[in-house]
Design a protein around this ligand. Sequence first.
Ligand SMILES: Cc1ncc(COP(=O)(O)O)c(C=O)c1O
Length: 464
Amino acid sequence: MSKEPQKSKTRVPQGPSRMTREELIKESQRWLDIIQAKRINVYQRRRITRETVDNFGSYYNKGFLDYRKSVSEAGEYASIEWAGQGVYFTDVMGRRYLDCLGGFGIYSAGIKHPKIVSAVQAQLARMPLSSQELLDPLRGALSKMLGEITPGDLQYAFFISNGTDAIEGAMKLARLYTGNSGFVTCLRGFHGKSYGSLSLMGKAEYRVAFEPLLQDVYFVPFGDADAVEAELEKALAVGMDIAGVVAEPVQGEAGAIVPPDDYWPRIREICNRYNVLLIADEVQTGLGRTGKMFGVDHWNVAPDIMCLGKALGGGVMPLSAFISTPKIWKVMETNPFIHSSTFGGNPLACSAGIAALNVTLEEDLPGQAAKTGKYLLGELKKMQERYPEVWIEARGLGLLIGLEFVDSEFGYSVAAGLFKRGVLVAGTMLNAKTIRIEPALNIKKTQVDELLEKLDDTLKSLTT
Ligand SMILES: Cc1ncc(COP(=O)(O)O)c(C=O)c1O
């Protein structure tokens, strides 16, 4: 996505006209027939394309028609996503794409992993959502497995649906446990867009319109442990209470920024010394993305609270969690409803989570990410040397990789050029100066080579 998108040539959407009840029943039935159709013909495909663009324009958000390269770059057509399997997906017209964006980290096991889909289907047939009163077995089972697999004393989990919900819960837990209110977090960090998590946002463009956010949040450069300590020292000196330090193990949305090796061990030690909680936002890095089960495992650090999301739902269901130690969790025992969620930890999501964990371990997704990521980053670095005037850096850890170009416009042209060649990658949300590569962790070498070949071809065409 770029700040300077090309204007879409797609049809300007017509304004809404109110439908009658009968028309709405007919309209919803038509879509139900489409959802359940075994096959759709070319006229239906074209109509779906046209209608989707119109619906986004008239009922969802016109802005997306300008910001999506799948619409704007294509000019006369829009690419409407339709089906997927593994590392490939197809649009409604049948064009196939290699998915190297992976839903920003949700498709670690690939799209529609058969084992995860089948678990969710079986649970759907039995009981989709929770009664809200009885104890549900899958919530208990998944909590146990996460308690077993997460580092240190982390043991108790609470489930919700989005990454931002996990951060909100972590912030509330840290305040509840410490009785303090402030947080120290990182410039360019990304933790979600609800009010608490937005208060930790390290990028002005998402914050400014919503100020005042939480007032006692202090920002330091990512990767700088001395700056964390200095902030805690200042807070102590003037009597401001800090509940926790929040950071991503590797910054994702900022463009795959890997901190120095001593960063996490040092902030662990600093948090202990100042008696504040260390909160690891593993929403994007968790479950193998960086080549270890958790990002913090690269440095053998156990945080006090860990947040998971994205890949936890196996690319099939929305699922996130915050996890902490028995000592900290105790503050939620007296009133277990102090934090609750209607849909959080529902049986469908937990069945997906259990299957995702099983697949992550059985297929050694972290190991695959480490091996493939090393190969891919090595090849990208070699390629970067051939385009030094436009390509600044290739960096990352495991299969969380960022390619930084000279400016947003050029980065956008690379992403758009790749898309034209059938490969999906992404800029960060508003800026394409750095594009991100986050494919399924079980992507094959031949598929990585396909990405490399098409990237080289794109760069050649943009620089000659
Ligand atoms: C590190 C991190 N934390 C939190 C979030 C927010 O997750 P969600 O969009 O599911 O609310 C994201 C999303 O990209 C993320 O990358």
